[in-house]
Design a protein around this ligand. Structure first.
Ligand SMILES: [Fe+2]
Ligand SMILES: [Fe+2]
Length: 207
């Protein structure tokens, strides 16, 4: 079985039908974005694998999340083991242990930060994060608008800047919706937004 099929089969076995259809959309968009950014075959494969594996612990209970955190030495999150962003951390550690040949540093980091982002994201981190945020089945208006804005306007000349602009807007929308609900906001999300804003201040965006 090839690497991408291995990752896909694992997702299929560990996700509900609805989640799997989101995951398939993300993996497909990771491949499409890798092509838009002219990435080589190896990196493109890594991003598709990250797409397939990114949500594989999303449906675990808080007590199962806790068990994984203890196993991998992950401290309890500020917002507890029911944290909506914890699956990104547990999925990264669990899949790296299960598939050391598939989950290299690029894949690990892209899965680890696909929800919160972080300061100084790599292009691979950004691609998986953006693919997840704008996956076609998402109903939230900002997700749909950013999907259209990126894919309708991207060119080889503007692709880096456009991705940074769209992702920055995605983090701003996340921060404002969590704030209005009074929910916990991971400090990495503030750092991700600030880091992108700083990058966008430069004439030429280099990721
Ligand atoms: Fe996720
Ligand atoms: Fe996802």
């Amino acid at each position: 079985m090839d690497n991408v099929t291995k990752a896909k089969e694992y997702a299929l076995a560990h996700e509900s039908e609805k989640r799997f259809s989101h995951t398939a959309g993300v993996a497909g968009d990771c491949g499409r974005l890798a092509e838009i950014f002219g990435l080589d075959e190896g990196l493109s494969e890594s991003l598709v694998i990250a797409g397939w594996l990114h949500d594989t612990t999303k449906e675990l209970s808080p007590s199962q999340q806790k068990e994984l955190c203890i196993r991998y030495g992950v401290p309890e999150p500020e917002d507890g083991y029911g944290s909506p962003t914890l699956h990104a951390i547990t999925a990264a550690y669990l899949t790296r242990t299960l598939f050391p040949d598939l989950v290299n540093e690029t894949v690990f980091s892209a899965i680890r930060y696909h929800t919160t982002g972080k300061a100084g994201m790599s292009l691979s981190d950004m691609i998986v994060c953006f693919a997840d945020y704008t996956e076609a089945s998402r109903k939230y208006e900002t997700c749909r608008r950013l999907r259209r804005r990126f894919y309708d306007n991207v060119t080889p000349q503007n692709r880096e800047r456009l991705l940074c602009e769209c992702l920055c807007e995605a983090f701003e929308a996340t921060i404002s919706s969590l704030t209005s609900r009074g929910d916990y906001i991971d400090p990495d999300t503030f750092d991700a937004k600030d880091s992108l804003l700083r990058l966008l201040e430069n004439q030429e965006v280099r990721i």
